[in-house]
Design a protein around this ligand. Sequence first.
Ligand SMILES: Cc1cc2nc3c(=O)[nH]c(=O)nc-3n(C[C@H](O)[C@H](O)[C@H](O)COP(=O)(O)OP(=O)(O)OC[C@H]3O[C@@H](n4cnc5c(N)ncnc54)[C@H](O)[C@@H]3O)c2cc1C
Length: 313
Amino acid sequence: MNKYEVIVIGSGIAALTIANCLYKNKNVILYTKSNKLTSNSYKAQGGVAAAMEKEDTWEEHFLDTLTAGVFHNDVHHTELLTKNAIRYLTQLINDGMEFDQDQSGRLRLGREGGLMKRRILHSGGDATGKNLMDFMFRNVQDKLTIVENEMVIDLIVQNDQCIGIVTKAVHGEIRQYFAPFTIIATGGAGQIYKFTSNVETITGDGIAMAYRAGAVLADMEFMQFHPTILYKNGEILGLVSEAVRGEGGFLQNSRGERFMEHVHELKDLAPRDIVARAIYQQLHKGYDVFLNITQVKNFDNPSEKFCKSISYY
Ligand SMILES: Cc1cc2nc3c(=O)[nH]c(=O)nc-3n(C[C@H](O)[C@H](O)[C@H](O)COP(=O)(O)OP(=O)(O)OC[C@H]3O[C@@H](n4cnc5c(N)ncnc54)[C@H](O)[C@@H]3O)c2cc1C
């Protein structure tokens, strides 16, 4: 029987990134609750941010990120993220990951909330998450073991050390597995909200099991709300990417007022918390909120010129 050195819980981008870093030196096994393609990462549409243009710098990306985080961010980690994003994405491109380019071969960069510059790389239009995850799965296949449809329900802790996991398999069997290292990459908790674009497995399990094991949780009062999802007849039909506002889409209330004009200098591209709060205030006043896409060129769905938007992630 294989002896595994690292257990990774989850099969999103966080899990695959760490597995990709470790598999050369460690025997890695990954457990995921549903099938391996079920993750928010697979559904991510808008793209990934990095200062890839010559006219852009990681320092500007760093500052935009701190501003969007109202300077509550961990400065060291924000610096690591914005600096390493350039190196990491360059490496991905060199390894063969394809991001959308214009006719001259330059990356076609989009703009999203809180960014002062176009900085979003995308792949296959709005299929960035799917394309990136497929690429990463291809890279790690045969290099690690992936166990699907087995939900991790707890960590096994002995003398303040995590020594393994307890799982529940498809037919309800409870199993235990042991390894010197366990990495939790189970994503967030979007499914606790009535309206959400998150996949059904994103229920905060990792946060809860870490807490039960004695980990200290930080910043639990913060939940990121993506401002726009498509809501029709009481049903959520999917997320409307911020890239739509980056290409000229704008918010209006049912009186036709462009209410973001007076809220923030970046208007409809203000940081997400500001846009989400402004939408909430409109709803609270009794107005509906719509995303006007008439100015967005080559939009795929001309019959739906107005998307009704509500601010739940
Ligand atoms: C519709 C949508 C669009 C988005 N678009 C963008 C975008 O354009 N750009 C961007 O940067 N971000 C985007 N995001 C956010 C982004 O997808 C997430 O921040 C990111 O994917 C999180 O990655 P992760 O690996 O931490 O978690 P996830 O990708 O959510 O993966 C978590 C994994 O853990 C598994 N899991 C959960 N609980 C257990 C358990 N108990 N046992 C075993 N496995 C478990 C899940 O099934 C899943 O495989 C979007 C999110 C959504 C929902």
